[in-house]
Ligand binder design. Structure first.
Ligand SMILES: Cc1cc2nc3c(=O)[nH]c(=O)nc-3n(C[C@H](O)[C@H](O)[C@H](O)COP(=O)(O)OP(=O)(O)OC[C@H]3O[C@@H](n4cnc5c(N)ncnc54)[C@H](O)[C@@H]3O)c2cc1C
Length: 434
């Protein structure tokens, strides 16, 4: 009677818990620990911040989901993990585990830049449900009387740029729709080496399509930017520029959540957890990690440091692989281990059009520097595709489904993405750390 604990009920944790529940016998327990009462589809938060839909469109109450789908849910924040004793502490309970799967996403490093972020700072964020709601309140006030430029961007060390592009171009679209565009100058400030890099260099057409759109929409771009301080009405850069704003949304650098950083030998200095390709920890064989919590080195040396994006769909593939491999380790299924290919697809919507960025895999071959395929596509269909994918994902989470075969087949047929592959036990690449 094994006990598997999943920490975090986001895009990685909830699908992983469902996969585990399907793969393990009923006598085994799958415990899901979440510090939030809801599952949130994080990519939908930009629309919440811009008041395009209510928050309940992207959230699901975890209590009925867990009851319906056989998960032992504990609501509370994990505060400690002891890999040697195989124990997790949540609130006043200590749980023993056979395997733990960490899917706690990002902790937001606003403290690295004075004045950054909604907690005592002057910029908004869209990274959590409460941030998106606060950003919406400020946005509605801004629309009543735009008091200065709109400044959107990503701080040095950020590893997630798509949401910043979506925010700036969707906000531009909204301002146009409301007849306010002439009153608002728009500036995009980014640590990326060029517009359209998104933390992933060399994606065919990505730079050109993104730069074209920013130019057509009249968005001034400042790249290679080092944001040093934010005051109540301006972003100050290391090169001395001061960019005034009436409304600002800046994505911070990410790091691993606090309890991870407290466990000796578990993570790197930023709190990101190293993994083998199977998602297992190289030193602690009973710990698996998926999603934003993993360590994924940025292969590009850029003038301003940036992280590597870990997209939602990559996270889902990691969750599927980790759940499968835990079931193999426990002897619940007889199959080779599987690994995610890290093929990435990101639909970015910009109001009346969008760009799909495809990098398969996200990390190029270290020898040739090439990927199997990588390109960008653009058009209004991306807005519809993103909305359809969001709807599909929410249905899956309601129904207790992880990553079904037709999703894998669909992504392979439409975009050439492979998502997962089996590893023969003798394959040494399985042992190499990413
Ligand atoms: C605004 C935004 C837009 C995005 N848009 C896209 C997109 O369009 N396409 C795309 O592919 N990717 C997108 N991403 C990236 C995508 O959201 C992530 O890849 C994905 O959410 C990662 O899943 P995760 O499980 O690692 O983290 P999350 O989904 O963030 O889930 C982590 C969960 O763990 C919980 N948690 C944290 N600490 C604890 C603790 N101590 N105890 C218990 N629970 C804890 C958190 O509350 C959270 O519920 C976007 C990201 C952001 C921020």
């Amino acid at each position: 009677m094994a006990h598997v604990v999943v920490i975090g009920a986001g895009l990685g944790g909830l699908p992983a818990a469902y996969e585990l529940r399907h793969l393990l016998p009923k006598s085994d327990t799958v415990t899901l620990i979440s510090n939030e009462p809801n599952f949130t589809f994080i990519p939908g938060l930009i629309q919440i911040a811009l008041d395009l839909k209510p928050i309940d469109h992207v959230q699901l109450d975890l209590v009925p989901l867990a009851r319906r789908h056989g998960l032992n849910l504990i609501l509370g924040a994990v505060t400690a993990l002891d890999p040697d004793r195989r124990q997790v502490t949540v609130k006043d309970q200590t749980l023993d585990y056979d395997y733990v799967l960490i899917a706690t996403g990002a902790s937001l490093a606003f403290d690295l830049i004075p004045g950054l972020g909604p907690h005592g700072g002057y910029t908004q964020s869209v990274c959590t449900p409460s941030h998106a709601l606060a950003a919406r309140q400020a946005w509605l006030k801004f629309l009543e009387q735009p008091s200065g430029p709109l400044v959107v961007g990503a701080a040095p060390g950020a590893g997630c740029f798509g949401p910043a592009y979506e925010f700036v171009l969707m906000a531009e679209h909204e301002l146009r729709k409301r007849g306010l565009r002439d009153q608002v100058e728009i500036v995009y400030i980014t640590a990326e080496p060029y517009v359209g890099h998104l933390g992933v260099s060399g994606v065919k057409n990505a730079r050109e399509y993104t730069a074209d759109l920013m130019e057509q929409r009249g968005v001034r771009v400042i790249d290679n930017a080092v944001i040093q301080t934010v005051t109540p009405d301006a972003v100050l850069l290391a090169d001395g520029q001061s960019i005034p704003f009436g409304y600002s949304m800046i994505l911070p650098a990410f790091r691993g959540v606090e309890f991870i950083r407290q466990v000796p030998g578990l993570a790197d200095e930023k709190g990101f957890i190293p993994i083998l390709p199977t998602q297992r920890h190289p030193e602690f064989p009973h710990i698996y990690t998926v999603g934003v919590s993993i360590k994924l080195a940025q292969p590009d040396v850029t003038p301003v440091p940036i992280g590597m994006p870990k997209s939602g769909q990559m996270t889902e593939a990691m969750a599927t692989a980790a759940a499968h491999n835990i079931a193999v380790d426990l002897g619940a299924i007889k199959a080779p281990q599987i690994i995610p290919t890290l093929d990435a697809l990101c639909f970015a919507e910009f109001g009346d059009t969008g760009i799909a960025y495809i990098a398969a895999p996200v990390i190029p071959d270290p020898v040739t520097g090439k990927r199997r395929s990588s390109y960008a596509m653009r058009g209004p269909w991306i807005v519809w595709a993103k909305a359809a994918f969001e709807e599909y994902f929410m249905i899956k989470m309601r129904q207790g489904v992880g990553m079904p075969w037709f999703e894998k087949l669909g992504l392979r047929t439409l975009f050439g993405l492979r998502l997962l592959k089996s590893v023969p036990p003798s394959d040494p690449s399985k042992l190499a750390s990413t």
